[in-house]
Design a protein around this ligand. Structure first.
Ligand code: FAD
Length: 469
């Protein structure tokens, strides 16, 4: 997710000799005068229009390497996009590598998968299901595997199974020096660390291999209440979630969904409270636990049940179509009883909140435990994630700042790399601690000495010349 902060960017030449690149690619190159340019570069996050100097629609890892080498030769910079769910307009002006054509997908019945950088979670979930396997995808299976995983990846099973990045076996990458490399805990361990939480610092991932978990079914979904019952339900949810075994991952969300096709009538045109739940243990036990919350108020819609893992998107019920929204987030150290009234005063019913969604995710469990190998994810000690999503023209960005100001007493000062790409000095310092920033800077110096890769503008930030940008 993006913070939609205006950014500065190094502008690549719009007059680079692209025919030279076309001659060595199996993929295609599109400049702004080409009708395919707009379609290929259009992001999911419509508030972040991409205006690259050219779009390179790659088909192979070698295409990516050729593009990076071309950029080096001609003094251009390179960004990367799969779906544009995490679009950052700081990629404007660069050569934009669009990875949709890197679509390889192999699920190994032994419990792991290899996917190309253009693959979204949905086909992985569907290919894994016949073997009773499940990947550690996020709240929506429409997000790209690589962008999600390189940012850590905190999904509906986070408290049971940890982060997506924790399950990575290997990356195939092209580094900023134009080299194709295999990255594992043993091969380029510095990059292996940087790519698990550090997003694309110094490398474009062309494929990733990761372990999955055995989970043919789970008990879960969401139970919806009228928002006027929110104080009671959230109060119960707060203590209930603190006692929840690690087999359960939960969040709540204040929704204000428009009356439009696809929105259940019970939820449309009003504010509701969703309690989301994903339970990996015995289904009867999951039902018993959730019944404790169902009993706290009249349920307006009950969509929690025993279901195949292929229905995991039901937990968060995120939108699928591209959205012109802003979606800032913060992390909290705690969420005591008094924080409920504080939150509802600014984001609850009768508050005048313009947000489509205000979500609080409960963390802890496996999420909080260190990965088997060093990584660049710095937020294991956060207790909650707080996210607001809304339309900018309705004042959602300014209102989100009001929410975060109200919750400042519990703000731990950090953000997930996935919910605030490090494309300016402020977000870089909120996404990473000093030690991790220093590691990422060292990795960039080693593998991208000319600063070719500008993935979210991160490279220049950690390299220390942000002030000059
Ligand atoms: C509706 C919605 C729900 C979300 N839910 C969750 C969630 O539950 N948990 C969570 O952790 N995040 C979540 N996110 C955030 C999401 O994981 C990030 O925005 C992620 O970066 C999206 O990856 P993408 O490839 O789909 O997007 P893109 O915009 O295509 O890529 C975003 C960034 O990922 C990096 N990247 C992409 N491809 C490559 C590559 N091949 N090599 C190197 N770097 C690359 C780059 O920094 C790029 O700028 C959500 C976002 C949205 C919009």
């Amino acid at each position: 997710m993006s913070t939609n902060t205006p950014t500065t960017a190094t502008t690549t030449s719009t007059t680079a000799p692209y025919d030279e690149l076309r001659a060595v690619l199996t993929g295609t190159v599109h400049t702004p005068d080409d009708p395919a340019y707009a379609t290929l570069s259009s992001p999911w996050l419509l508030t972040e229009p991409m205006r690259p100097a050219a779009v390179v629609a790659v088909r192979t890892a070698e295409d990516v390497a050729e593009t990076v080498r071309f950029a080096r030769r001609h003094g251009c910079t390179v960004g990367v996009q799969a779906t544009g769910h995490g679009a950052v307009s700081s990629l404007a002006g660069h050569l934009l590598v669009v990875t949709a054509g890197l679509d390889e997908l192999t699920v190994h019945p032994q419990g792991w998968a290899r996917v190309g950088a253009g693959v979204k979670w949905k086909p992985v979930i569907e290919a894994a299901a016949p073997f009773g396997l499940a990947p550690l995808n996020g709240s929506t299976s429409d997000v790209g595997v690589v962008g999600y995983t390189t940012g850590g990846g905190v999904g509906p099973l986070a408290r049971t199974h940890g982060l997506a990045a924790d399950r990575v076996r290997a990356f195939d990458v092209v580094t900023g020096d134009g080299e194709l490399r295999r990255v594992t805990p043993e091969e380029h361990p510095d990059l292996f660390r940087a790519l698990r939480g550090g997003k694309g610092a110094s490398a474009i991932v062309t494929a990733v291999e990761f372990d999955m978990v055995h989970l043919p079914t789970f008990y879960g979904g969401a139970v919806y209440f009228d928002a006027h019952d929110a104080a009671t339900v959230i109060s119960r949810w707060r203590t209930w979630s603190q006692e929840l075994p690690e087999q359960g991952t939960t969040s709540f969300a204040l929704f204000q969904l428009p009356d439009m096709p696809g929105v259940p009538p019970a939820l449309a045109g009003r504010m509701t409270l969703a309690v989301r739940f994903a339970w990996t243990g015995d289904a009867q036990e999951g039902r018993r636990l959730l019944d404790q919350l169902r009993a706290t108020g009249p349920v307006v819609l009950d969509d929690a049940t025993l279901r195949p893992y292929t229905e995991v998107d039901a937990v968060h019920a995120d939108p699928v179509d591209p959205m012109p929204v802003v979606d800032p987030a913060i992390l909290l150290d705690g969420f005591p009883e008094e924080a409920i009234d504080t939150l509802l005063a600014v984001a609850g019913p009768d508050s005048g909140s313009p947000q489509l969604l205000v979500e609080l995710r409960h963390l802890g469990g496996a999420y909080a435990r260190p990965a088997a190998h060093p990584d660049a994810f710095c937020h294991r000690d956060a207790a909650y994630s707080l996210l607001a999503v809304g339309f900018p023209e309705m004042g959602a960005a300014e209102h989100a700042e009001q929410i975060f100001a109200a919750m400042a007493a519990w703000d731990n000062g950090m953000i997930w790399p996935n919910f605030g790409p490090a494309h300016d000095e402020r977000t870089a310092r909120r996404a990473y601690d000093e030690e991790t920033l220093a590691h990422l800077a060292e990795v960039v110096r080693t593998y991208d000495p000319d600063g070719v890769l500008q993935i979210g503008g991160f490279t220049r930030q950690v390299d220390g010349d942000a002030a000059a940008a």
